[in-house]
Design a protein around this ligand. Structure first.
Ligand SMILES: Cc1cc2nc3c(=O)[nH]c(=O)nc-3n(C[C@H](O)[C@H](O)[C@H](O)COP(=O)(O)OP(=O)(O)OC[C@H]3O[C@@H](n4cnc5c(N)ncnc54)[C@H](O)[C@@H]3O)c2cc1C
Length: 596
């Protein structure tokens, strides 16, 4: 049986020590969020995830969801857990107090998200989608709709979905066909079929709110003709409680590779009553407010699964006895040494650890900037935070989820053949991790977004929000002797990223395929530099504390060693990625289609 223990010590380290928590505390609305309160939120979340959600994870995978007479039954225990989740106020965590929320700092909420995804990513999807819908509705919804729907989403009484995908259009939403016909009372009749809709139907809440992309009769073709509609499963009565059934049905459940506890539904809208959200034909922009929240959240799915996979791999590596250490027996009284003595096992464990702790630190960095964007009164600070988070959203989504899958795969490798067998539960992590690279825009699409939209934006303005602090830190710390083993590697990696950026800037305008061909490697290179930056900062904080007595000293020593491992064994990939990028698109694009 797999186990899970929330990594609270590392979460507290990134939240309180790595980043200046006082700058978070002075933001409007944040004064109550003292260090003690934040720690208490993390403690409560750890108990919820370890004791309530994680025990349902394996069973939820085995049972999956069942569709009967148009109703979807979630796995045993999900309903009770969802009630505990709502009663604990977790659905209200990031919402505004205006609608019954708690406005918990975003970086703290992201750590809670990580725990939710480590413990039970299939369960976490249900409230996760409601949070995205809350954001979209609060941005573009009219006051009357907000008053009916937002408090119910925040309390968790009602949940939400995002309905974009149709059988013939996933990435290319410009082709979508679902129609919206205006009615005399100001509402719309929505008709069409959507596929792959997460949480489209289930038994956890009394109502489900679908945010649906559809076309008005006179809409222009393509993405400029898409509008967003709110379509409830039950039409609310005057008193706000669920009334008559609307014309929306789940017609099938997808049978899929992982996240079996999450209901992935085919939905039919048959002249269902809906209300326009935002302006006609501007639905994609409205939906993107939801998708940007979801993209960061999906990134946290990658991190969450990576953490639980790592923890189990470490435990197994300590227990499994196979072979002897290359330098002579380490456990001579036993028939063999534990596999943790083998360099290859240690390489895998340290690779997992270095990526996980690095991603957690990057997540906190991005979360703090999102917090400034949401709560600051300072217009300039807000603009900078907006630029930074726009730049980092595709990086967090794609880097974290690519690594989540790679790390889950490494965990299987540490277990050997036993990792491939169901009993240990690690193969579930690998299966559950795979979807996060696909939905909310595939990782290929994230990389394209980074290279074709974010990089050239306003002649590199967004990019400067990243290079500014990184280059500034390198200059500021150039005399810091403690960082001598780190700064040259960080500097070299930044140079690789700058060269890759210049290559794309010079070549893509005359041949757009150059941007596409470079995009996946560029995103990984970018991510590695972001990780190197946070690792160097973590080293600068940890170095003076390695002699602290007891457990704390051990924590900081482990940080220093993991930082060194990242710099020496993982960061050098930037050179190879740069070489691949500079080789250009020709080799791929001139390969004859028929020769594949
Ligand atoms: C379990 C699950 C849950 C989901 N939940 C939801 C949900 O709640 N709501 C919802 O609306 N959708 C949902 N989806 C759909 C998901 O978002 C899409 O599957 C995804 O966006 C990709 O679309 P597609 O599958 O049609 O792939 P396609 O768009 O057909 O893409 C196929 C391949 O082509 C690549 N590609 C496509 N276009 C380009 C391009 N222009 N340039 C370069 N490469 C390109 C893609 O990266 C991909 O590798 C879910 C899917 C699954 C499997």
């Amino acid at each position: 049986m797999p186990t899970y223990k929330a990594p609270l010590e590392d979460m507290r380290f990134v939240l309180h020590e790595l980043f200046d928590s006082t700058s978070r505390a002075v933001l409007p609305g944040n004064t109550d969020f003292s260090r003690d309160l934040i720690d208490s939120i993390l403690d409560h979340a750890s108990r919820l995830t370890e004791d309530v959600l994680f025990p349902l994870n394996q069973q939820g995978d085995l049972e999956g969801c069942v569709l009967e007479n148009g109703r979807v039954r979630t796995p045993s225990g999900f309903k009770k857990a969802y009630k505990i989740f709502c009663d604990g106020g977790w659905t209200a965590m990031s919402a505004s107090p205006d609608w019954g929320g708690q406005a918990v700092p975003i970086s703290v909420a992201m750590m809670v998200d990580e725990m939710l995804c480590s413990s039970n990513v299939a369960f976490a999807l249900y409230p996760g989608l409601s949070r995205g819908a809350y954001v979209a509705l609060s941005h573009v919804g009219g006051e009357n709709l907000k008053e009916i729907y937002l408090p119910n989403l925040v309390s968790g009484k009602w949940s939400a979905t995002m309905c974009l995908t149709e059988a013939h259009c996933g990435t290319d939403l410009g082709m979508l066909r679902t129609r919206a016909v205006p009615k005399e009372d100001g509402s719309y009749g929505i008709s069409g079929d959507k596929i792959f809709i997460s949480a489209g139907e289930h038994d956890l809440t009394e109502n489900i709110i679908h945010l649906v992309l559809a076309r008005l009769p006179d809409a222009p073709a393509g993405v400029r003709g898409i509008s967003m509609f709110l379509v409830p499963k039950f039409l609310p009565k005057k008193d706000g409680t669920p009334g008559p059934r609307n014309g929306v049905q789940c017609t099938a459940l997808e049978h899929k590779m992982g996240i079996h506890g999450s209901a992935t539904c085919t939905m039919n809208f048959d002249n269902a009553t809906g209300w326009l959200l935002g302006e006609p034909n501007k639905g994609l922009a409205g939906m993107f407010t939801m998708m940007n929240v979801e993209r960061v959240a999906v990134g946290m799915q990658g991190l969450g699964i990576a953490e639980v996979a790592y923890q189990n791999a470490v435990l197994y590596a300590r227990e499994r006895l196979q072979g002897r250490s290359l330098r002579g027996p380490k456990a001579p009284t036993k028939p063999a040494d534990p596999i943790i003595v083998h360099p290859d096992i240690r390489r895998m464990l340290l690779t997992m650890r270095a990526y996980i702790e690095g991603c957690r630190a990057v997540a906190c960095w991005v979360g703090n900037e999102l917090e400034v964007l949401q709560k600051s009164d300072d217009i300039d600070a807000k603009l900078m935070a907006e630029d930074f988070s726009a730049l980092m959203t595709p990086v967090v989504k794609a880097l974290f989820t690519d690594l989540g899958f790679e790390i889950a795969s490494l965990a299987v490798q540490v277990y050997g053949g036993h990792g491939y067998i169901r009993d240990h539960g690690v193969e579930q992590f690998l299966r559950d991790a795979r979807i996060s690279m696909l939905y909310e825009g595939t990782n290929g699409v994230q990389a394209l977004d980074l290279v074709t939209r974010k990089l050239p934006h306003d002649r590199g303005r967004l990019l400067s929000r990243f290079f500014g602090p990184v280059v500034g830190f390198i200059e500021q710390q150039s005399q810091n002797r403690v960082l001598e083993p780190f700064l040259p590697q960080l500097r070299r990696a930044v140079e690789h990223l700058q060269s890759a950026t210049s290559f794309i800037a010079e070549n893509a305008p005359s041949n757009h395929d150059e941007a596409g061909a470079a995009s996946a490697e560029y995103l990984r290179l970018f991510g590695l530099v972001a990780l190197a930056f946070v690792w160097t900062r973590m080293a600068s904080i940890s170095a003076p504390r390695i002699e602290e007595p007891g457990h704390r000293g051990k924590f900081y020593r482990a940080k220093m060693r993991t930082a060194q491992f990242f710099m020496d064994r993982l960061l050098p990939q930037t050179g190879a990625l740069l070489a691949a990028i500079q080789s250009g698109s020709k080799i791929m694009m001139e390969f004859e289609d028929t020769a594949f």
